[in-house]
Design a protein around this ligand. Sequence first.
Ligand SMILES: *Cc1c(COP(=O)(O)O)cnc(C)c1O
Length: 358
Amino acid sequence: MPRSTTAHIDLDALRTNYRKACERAGNARVMAVVKADGYGHGIARIASALADIAPKYAVACIEEAFAIRAAGHPQPVVLLQGVHAADDLADCVKNQFEPVLHGGHQLQWLGQGNHLPDFWLKVNTGMNRLGFRSDDLPSVMARLEKMNAFPWLQGFVSHFACADDAGSTMTSAQTATFEAATSPWPSLMKSVGNSAAHFIPGQPLFDWSRPGIMLYGGSPIVGKTGPELGLEPVMTLEAPLITTRTVRAGESVGYGAAWVAERDTRMGMVAIGYGDGYPRHAGTDTPAAIGGRRIRLIGRVSMDMLAVDLSNAPEAREGDMVELWGRTVGVDEVASCAGTISYELLTGITSRVPRICG
Ligand SMILES: *Cc1c(COP(=O)(O)O)cnc(C)c1O
């Protein structure tokens, strides 16, 4: 019998979160960001669950776009990182993929093609990862006009550096730079908003917003959890208790003898570890739950196991399922205990953990 360690995926919660993004997006349409295997939930099932409500998907790279096509969905797919080779543009044409072009080398590839895909231009408004500087936009547009590429240009994309931080002035500065840079071409579309931007009062989202993490119930805002923002958890990560015992006062548990019992303590071992993608940096006191009751981790997370203190769940027995995150313990809470963000935890669950719907 296989180990019962599983990630349950609640597709109704996903759809509810997508609709919440739409409500917050006002007049903007909402492309569903499903990169990194649907933030670890399985790109095909996520794309399928949103197929009747999402008019467009967005992914990082062309392989991910092909995975959506393989699942049978015809919507356009935006490639947020553009293309990695000239040949990819022909695949974009054939498959209705819309690359976001961000550098001069990609424009050169565009100029070599006989047929052009619908595409977007990335404008660097301060993130300084990808994109054309806003003051270079006139020359980029002149170059596109010369190649007769204008009819395929959908519009402009930019990305915020600090939208998760309500106190930052950077988002409004980036928005102003973006609006000014793109204003000579008012008929083209604009897209800026990641999940966090949906929660900034008064933030314009223009024509297309691009939420990712909020669809999966993770919080995009520093200091808030998904449920505090009205989002529903999509993944519940569960693993069985495989043994229970009482450690005596003064005895330690696990590698490095990192946790020592102050008093006799009933504890259990749970069949999940960093080999499953559970974060090794989640230390003693990281929450988990059993039967809806909160318990805590003790000691170091091993590759295949972790230890929990069962003082709060005296009736817990071998075979009982422990929730590592889900409805009782939020993924954002675990992420914060591990010094990271829910994005990393969700995308980090390895293929050893079966994803199960329903
Ligand atoms: C990943 C990504 C998004 C989605 O970001 P979230 O914070 O998960 O909402 C949007 N736009 C771009 C360019 C991205 O790379």
